[in-house]
Design a binder for this molecule. Sequence first.
Ligand SMILES: Cc1cc2nc3c(=O)[nH]c(=O)nc-3n(C[C@H](O)[C@H](O)[C@H](O)COP(=O)(O)OP(=O)(O)OC[C@H]3O[C@@H](n4cnc5c(N)ncnc54)[C@H](O)[C@@H]3O)c2cc1C
Length: 415
Amino acid sequence: MALNFDIAIIGGGASGLAAAIAAAEELEKNKKRGKIAVLEANVRVGKKLLATGNGRCNLTNTGVALSHYHGDREFLSPVLELYSPQYIMDYFASLGLLCKEQDEGRVYPYNLQASAVLDVLRRQLERFGVTELCDFQVTAVKKIAAGFEVSSKEQKITSRKVILASGGLAYPQLGANESGYQLAKALGHTCTRLFPALVQLKTDPLRAKPLKGARSPAAATLLVEGNPVQTANGEVQFTEYGLSGICIFELSRKYGELHGKKKAELLLDLMPEYTERQIFSVLKHRCDLFRDLPASELLNGCLNKLVGPEVIKTALPNSAKYAGELKPSDLALVANTVKQFRFPVTGTMPWKDAQVTAGGIPLAEVENSMQSKVCRGLYLAGELLNVDGDCGGFNLHWAWSSGITAGRSAARSFL
Ligand SMILES: Cc1cc2nc3c(=O)[nH]c(=O)nc-3n(C[C@H](O)[C@H](O)[C@H](O)COP(=O)(O)OP(=O)(O)OC[C@H]3O[C@@H](n4cnc5c(N)ncnc54)[C@H](O)[C@@H]3O)c2cc1C
């Protein structure tokens, strides 16, 4: 016999867990009873949450603002205004989890363990008697007179309201899959183009390989057809396939928007605090000082020891052997390359390396309450929607905020 619920949440990730707790709290506050279930395809809820922020869970950012979001950001204000970063921190504090702010407004649990975040969420679910049905991969959601019939291959439940919080396509190794989009589409929604964001950018492997493992601070600029479109500062990490690091992640979204249709390059300024002229002077001084220094080591005092020789090789393919043999015009070329070290961009790494999905169900298809405009009784939350944020806690902030909104709204529909 099918189990019956008042609110069934599809997806036990950040937004789904927040939705379940918010719904239960709202019912309790209004002295109502209701049966709530979280249906999760994985054997446990919150698997991705444990991997966030390198296991530390960067759960919000004190600098939350519309400018940190992409997709349908013009629809975000009502939700972001209700749920400020302070609200989210207070919310977790009310669950017994202290948070602390670190660099650039990033907020983490005080003990820097993502598992602490999942623990308090699960304890709160337990306290409210929310049913966790794991290993429940929802394959169909059908509208029926009493609400919805929700099925997996093996089981079926009914629920008066459904919250679809099934996440995006990023990190399929932790359960992300396209079923949520298909369920939404079957219920009348549309979906924009989906592409990986907050992901490494690929370059010519011949350029990448010699630099593999190196890290370098830089101002990285994405050039499209030769024109600068976005710059991000931070540490660039060179990998076997291309370039990584938070600043590259930030640029990857803009690159994804091009859909591979335009020529893109990454331009790295490897010494952003110095002018080209100053770098020239430093190089000239080193050459005068160490005339028998191998030319390939000229930049060792300034740049990472893997990066420096590659810059020299790029600037001076037929370089002299020793620093003392380099002409001022050679040094000018090297200084210029330090400021403009270029890489062709040949693509992004695949979904398994991405932190978030760009694109999704348009926010124009949901109300501010997160209820679907095309299928009444259905609510949507989280990464499934056409919203993605910058690196730094903005995606989880959206997941909590939209999840709480959806959970509260679904519960209020019974009051
Ligand atoms: C490695 C990594 C690190 C990250 N670090 C951060 C960070 O530090 N800060 C930050 O803000 N963001 C971070 N993000 C992004 C953030 O984790 C996501 O944006 C956020 O988890 C999205 O929440 P969600 O609830 O929408 O989806 P998810 O958390 O992905 O949850 C969706 C859940 O639905 C389940 N599901 C899917 N389909 C079905 C189905 N058909 N039936 C039943 N269950 C289903 C999935 O198994 C999953 O558990 C990171 C992402 C990754 C991959």
